[in-house]
Design a protein around this ligand. Structure first.
Ligand code: UN1
Length: 496
């Protein structure tokens, strides 16, 4: 049982007053921890701590800051299994996925450590031979990091790692659904002796703590991963405050496109992984399988066969495929989308729903819901993100229609195409709207050294992971004259 605490100026602080519980979504009898609800006063203290720590932290060399992240990696590697078990218990993903998630987070800090010795600017040519020009990056200040519950370890590292390496300081607000893993991550920062105030953490809900953090005038950048609705609110609030910018990673209505020449086994396996890993609770999960009509019959038969076989249950049993969904609200939302699909005329191929039986009685376990539906621009279930084990098979007559159906949503995060034909894959690459594209792979499984972010409603056009550096630094121009006299660019002549 974790006694949750906020982390401010290098200390875990006691807090009386309102608190909230975190329970295991696979077994709600298991209480994992109790955490404080932060208030305006805590926010002021945390932001002030980050503000005071900033000048010294940025004055440390970039390599010096990287060393802290390398030390952190050693601790996280030591505690990897403990962290993975906690991710599985708190988030509800299977232990094999939890281990992969912790690995992904460690990769981010390793990547940042490696980057600390790499160039962080450019030498730029000038019209005047004696002038040397540079693009140099400067940190921005205090960054607010607001993270979701589906990747309680990896996503915080994705946002905190680059922010700290570049010399910013951080106030971190983890999801109220996954405070335990956040607490462990911050404990590791404390153990490496990161200077007080460089990272601070506040527990609480998005509506209260998140909102106050976004509104705080001293938070210059907000990094957010979560729903499109909340992201849109953050964008609105940020726009009102001069000097504030936000980078939001939001949802997806991702698709696997299966063409008529697809390797069928690969197509089915990639689709199963895309639709049902993490119980469909990834922003990269696919809830649409767009399949060429000539192969749709075979595809759907094989897909449903495998979907029926996947085992859902105990998150610590590595032989299970998936665990529960995160909470009752999400479970009910997914069930409503299943019903809506029926109302919208779906041909149900596998009627998923709440799993029954004593091993499921204490958790939010859902079995896969699979349906077939003709392309329909009016259908809500073909457009909205479900974030659960809910997937449509949509038959299309050719590549042209596949492209049209793919782009017919407000989102644009991930597309995967299953084909042996490089020309068709190229058409998908050029004409689909997405931020991450895959060929003969599932839609999930991005790596930290690539850009991560979507277009349209999925993102703000500022991808994270490797490219977050562009958000957490300001690019400055620095020009030095080595001549004795002043020579101007653009042929400007000045007589004095
Ligand atoms: C998310 O779901 O918000 O590509 C992130 C993936 C993971 C990251 C997902 N590496 O599925």
């Amino acid at each position: 049982m974790i006694q949750g605490k906020n982390f401010i100026r290098g200390e875990f602080v006691e807090k009386k007053g309102e608190s909230f519980e975190k329970r295991n979504p696979a077994n709600i009898d298991e209480l994992l921890g109790v955490f404080p609800h932060s208030d305006q006063n805590d926010i002021e203290k945390a932001v002030e701590a980050a503000r005071l720590a900033y000048p010294q932290w940025r004055a440390l060399s970039r390599i010096g800051r990287g060393e802290y992240l390398d030390n952190l990696v050693q601790i996280l590697k030591r505690d990897k299994e403990e962290l993975s078990v906690l991710v599985a218990k708190e988030q509800g993903k299977n232990i094999t996925e939890a281990r992969a998630e912790v690995t992904e987070g460690i990769h981010m800090f390793q990547y940042q450590f490696g980057l600390s010795r790499m160039p962080f600017g450019e030498v730029v040519s000038s019209e005047i031979e004696e002038k040397d020009s540079f693009m140099r990056r400067k940190p921005k200040g205090v960054i607010g990091v607001i993270t979701p519950w589906n990747f309680p370890f990896a996503i915080p590292t994705w946002l905190i790692g680059p922010s700290l390496l570049e010399g910013n300081t951080v106030v971190f607000k983890p999801s109220k659904e996954t405070p335990c893993v956040a607490q462990k991550l911050v404990e590791a920062f404390k153990e490496v002796g990161i200077p007080p105030g460089v990272i601070n953490m506040l527990h609480g809900s998005g509506e209260r703590v998140g909102t106050l953090l976004v509104r705080h005038p001293k938070i210059v950048v907000v990094l957010f991963t979560g729903s499109a609705e909340v992201g849109q609110q953050i964008r609105r609030v940020s726009a009102e405050i001069p000097d504030k910018m936000c980078a939001c990673e939001m949802g997806g209505k991702n698709a696997v496109i299966v063409l008529d020449d697809a390797d069928m086994e690969l197509a089915v396996n990639a689709s199963i992984i895309s639709a049902f890993k993490t119980s469909g609770q990834r922003c990269t999960a696919a809830s649409r399988l767009i399949v060429h009509k000539d192969v749709v019959k075979e595809f759907q038969k094989r897909f449903v066969e495998v979907a029926k076989r996947i085992t859902i249950g105990d998150t610590l049993d590595p032989d299970n495929f998936a665990g529960p969904v995160i909470n009752e609200t999400q479970m009910n939302k997914i069930l409503r989308y299943n019903e809506l699909a029926k109302e919208e005329g779906a041909e149900v191929l596998l009627d998923g729903g709440r799993l029954k039986g004593p091993q499921y009685a204490k958790g939010y376990f859902l079995s896969p819901f699979v349906y077939r539906m003709e392309p329909n621009p009016k259908s809500v279930v073909l457009k909205e993100e479900v974030f659960g084990p809910h997937v449509a098979i949509i038959p299309v007559k050719d590549l042209e229609q596949a492209l049209e159906v793919h782009n017919d949503t407000e989102y644009g995060l991930v597309v995967s195409v299953i084909t042996e034909d490089c020309r068709k894959a190229r058409e998908i690459r050029e004409r689909c709207e997405y931020g991450l594209g895959y060929v003969n792979l599932p839609t999930i499984g991005a790596e930290v050294h690539l850009p991560f972010g979507g277009v349209k409603k999925s993102g703000t056009g500022l991808p994270s992971a490797s490219t977050l550096i562009d958000v957490v630094t300001h690019r400055t121009a620095w020009t030095v004259n080595h001549a004795r006299e002043i020579k101007m660019a653009q042929g400007l002549k000045v007589k004095l």
